[in-house]
Structure formats: C-alpha cells, structure tokens
Design a protein around this ligand. Structure first.
Ligand SMILES: Cc1cc2nc3c(=O)[nH]c(=O)nc-3n(C[C@H](O)[C@H](O)[C@H](O)COP(=O)(O)OP(=O)(O)OC[C@H]3O[C@@H](n4cnc5c(N)ncnc54)[C@H](O)[C@@H]3O)c2cc1C
Length: 412
C-alpha cells in the first residue's frame, strides 16, 4: 500500500477544512481528503448568512444574494420581521466552497477528492498512520504529525479513535429547489409551529435563479422524516398561504448537523476539531458556515505556528478563542433550541406575533445565537421582570406559610 508523508492531514473539504488549509504556511505539506467527488457538491446546506459577516470575511460579492424582506408564518399568522440594519444573505455555497479551496491552490497542499478517511492509529514516534479509501476502492495510507477533524457531523477522526460518539440528537434537513418563477428574488420566509414539529421551515431565492423550500427537524424529538414533513406541508396549499410559486420540476438535497450541547474541547493531543465536528452551527437556527470559516482560518494560522515551532500555545489559544466566543452564547442558544422543541401552537402564535414587533437587534441576536448582556437585557427585561415578580410572590407565600406554621396560623 502506498504511504504518503505530510505534516497535516485535514479530513473533510467543507468550509471548515478548506479554511484551515487556506491559512497554513504556503510550504507546509498538507493533504485534504474529501469523500465527495467535487468541492461544494452535492449541496447539503441552505447557505443563509449575514451581510456584515460575509463582508468581514472577505467573501466576494458574486457569492451571495441579499434578502430585503423576511417573513415569518405560523398557523394563520404571518408577519414581516424588522431586521433593521441586519441584512440576511443567501450564499452560493458551491461557488463559495470552490473559492475557499482555491485559496490554498498555490500551497504545498494536496486535495484528494472522492477519498474517504476510514481510520487512524498513533505510532511510536507520535505520528498518525491513517487509512484512506479512494473512489476505486483502493486503500492508501497517510502519515502525518497532526490531523484536523473537519468531517462535519460524522466526526470521523475522533470517532475512529474512540474520542467522540456520533451525536445523539441530529437536525435533519431537506430542500426542494424549484425554478424561481413568480417568487420574489429578494424575499425569504421561515415558518414554524405544528406543521413543522420540532423544527422549522424556510423558503428563499438563490443566485442561480431558483427558489428553495425546505424543512429541518430534530431527531429523535420527532419520528417523522423531513421529507414526510415537507410533503405534508405541500399538501396544505402552501402556495396560496405564503404567496409562493412552486411550479416546475424540482431537485432535492438534504443534510445533517449535530443538535447537542456545545462542548469547549477542541484539542485531543495532535488531533484538533473544527466546524460541525466541533458543533459550530448555531443552536437556534443551525447556521454554521461563517463560524466554520472564521475559526477554520484561526486554526490554520495556529496550527502553522505550532507545527513550525513545536510550541502548543497557538493551538491552546485557538481553543480558548472558540470557547470565549461560543460557550456561553451556545449554552443560551441551546436553551432556546430545547424550549422551542416543546412549544405548542399557542406558544408559536405568540412568538411570531412578537417577532413582528421586537427590536431588530434582539431578533438578529436570537437568530445568530449571540447574546451579549446588553441585548439580553433589551430582549428579556419584560420576561425577567415577570419571573422576578413571580419568584417574589412565591417567596412571600413560602415565608407566610412558614410563619403560619410556627405561629400555628393556617396558610392563607
Ligand atoms: C439542512 C441544513 C441546512 C443548513 N443551513 C445553513 C444555513 O442556512 N446557513 C449556514 O451558515 N449553515 C447552515 N447549515 C450548517 C452548515 O452547513 C454547517 O455548519 C457547515 O457546512 C459545517 O461545515 P464543516 O466544514 O464543518 O462540515 P461539512 O460542511 O459537513 O463538510 C465536511 C465534509 O467532510 C466530508 N467527510 C465526512 N466524513 C469524511 C470522511 N470519513 N472522509 C473524507 N471526507 C469526509 C463530508 O463529505 C463533508 O462534505 C445547514 C446544515 C444543514 C444540514
């Protein structure tokens, strides 16, 4: 069997793995193995993001479509969400991922497409010997000092080493992609409630002149498959209810991402995780691409320094930065995720009605799973106040009962 030596093996050629490769030193030998035959295809994601983030990340303008109107629906209620200065965009993910791959074309990086990582073991000298199966079923070996697990929800490397388990809770998504037809080229919608149990649905135009309609549900919170949910929805006269044009042939794509609490550990010796294998997608709506690119780039820089000098602090700083940015926000976001999974239609009615009224910063904060204290205060002071009043009332009642018991008086 042929054995290839390199410094860094990256498993997974999604936005996380490709971003790591893009910031490694030009001369650092690196191999990216990717089980799909082409970067960015098949499509397994929707590509919703935010204008300020994609601009900050330097993503070229011809890779995203700005959305000017966002509507939310539940039951018979529909509202337009005021997002103020926060402009959602729809990324052209195939184009974006190919662009990300191109950023390391000039480097000492090989890209093995149609090649699946199947396992690894650490040898006496500390290096990893990994087995890769190519598209013709031939086995190849790669010896590397570091491995980056960027294999998405599969966590292929950590799982093969027994360091992680497949997530117990998964978000399963499916989309039907139609010709744009009479749909507006700048309007997106989300829908929630009993028709999309334990999840939500969406519809949006794309840069390709198509319209994607999709749902994401959480397994095992519901037994239904996403396809069943989407097909059932289509039978409810979605076109009339949401003002959509769903005529013409459609293509189907689907994907999976973890829906479990975020854990802050990124380093497992010389195996480092990034992206969905580290649960980077937001717990509120499952948006991960911008987070994967940002931290993927940081990991590439850190790993380059560590590989050069043998010092571990750059890698530790990468882990620390991920924790600092995501740990608290994602814990709060996960509370929203779990709470949403138990919502009744009445809860959704109230929530969607409020979405049409509340502060744009607060809506964006929930959608982005970003909860800095100022925004929490603005979002939650009514609720917090109501909770405090209820707590005070309960405390008063308890004290009254205790007082009554000690003085022999009955409870009031
Ligand atoms: C239905 C759905 C809708 C989504 N919508 C959005 C959205 O609107 N906006 C947004 O920002 N995010 C969205 N996300 C999340 C986003 O797609 C992920 O957060 C992001 O793709 C994670 O990037 P990644 O590089 O970590 O993993 P991935 O994109 O999953 O890439 C990992 C790659 O590794 C490959 N791989 C896996 N195992 C192996 C192996 N053993 N050997 C070799 N290669 C392997 C896989 O083929 C895969 O292509 C959505 C996800 C889903 C499922």
């Amino acid at each position: 069997m042929k054995t290839e030596e390199c410094e860094i093996l990256i498993v997974g050629g999604g936005p996380a793995g490709l971003s790591v490769a893009s910031t490694l030193p030009d001369d650092m030998p690196c191999i990216v193995v990717h089980q799909d035959r082409e970067i960015g295809l098949p499509v397994r994601t929707s590509g919703g993001s935010w204008l300020d983030d994609v601009q900050r990340l330097g993503i070229p303008e011809d890779m995203y479509l700005p959305i000017r109107q966002s509507d939310a629906y539940t039951g018979g209620i529909g509202v337009t969400i005021n997002l103020g200065p926060h402009v959602p965009v729809i990324l052209h993910t195939e184009r974006l991922y190919k662009w990300l791959a191109g950023l390391s074309d000039h480097k000492a990086r090989q890209l093995w497409l149609g090649c699946k990582f199947t396992g690894t073991r650490q040898e006496g000298d500390g290096r990893y010997r990994s087995t890769i199966r190519d598209r013709d079923g031939r086995l190849r070996e790669v010896r590397s000092r570091y491995i980056v697990d960027a294999s998405g929800w599969h966590s292929a490397v950590l799982t093969s080493l027994g360091l992680a388990r497949k997530p117990e809770r998964l978000a399963l998504g499916i989309e039907y992609e139609y010709p744009l037809g009479r749909n507006r080229p700048d309007r997106a919608l989300i829908f929630v409630g009993d028709e999309v149990p334990s999840g939500y649905g969406w519809g949006f135009p794309t840069l390709d002149g198509t319209f994607r309609l999709g749902v994401g549900i959480i397994s095992p919170d519901t037994d239904a498959s996403p396809r069943q949910v989407l097909d059932a929805l289509l039978e409810t006269g979605l076109e009339q209810r949401f003002g959509l044009d769903l005529s013409g042939e459609y293509t189907t794509h689907g994907g999976i991402l973890p829906s479990v609490p975020f854990e802050g550990r990124m380093l497992f010796g010389n195996v480092i995780r990034v992206g969905d294998s580290a649960n980077f997608a937001t717990p509120t709506v499952g948006e991960g691409i911008r987070v994967c690119i940002e931290f993927g780039r940081q990991l590439g820089e850190a790993l380059g320094r560590t590989a050069r000098t043998g010092r571990r602090w750059p890698l530790r700083r990468y882990e620390w930065r991920v924790r600092r940015r995501l740990q608290i926000d994602y814990a709060l976001g996960f509370v929203v995720n779990r709470r949403g999974a138990t919502f009744t239609q009445a809860h959704w009615n109230r929530t969607v009605e409020r979405l049409g009224r509340i502060d744009p910063d607060a809506v964006a904060a929930i959608l982005k799973s970003e909860f800095p204290p100022g925004k929490i205060l603005r979002m939650g002071w009514h609720t917090a106040l109501a909770h405090s009043r209820a707590r005070l009332r309960r405390l008063r009642q308890r004290l009254a009962r205790q007082g009554a018991a000690s003085s022999g008086r009955p409870d009031r």
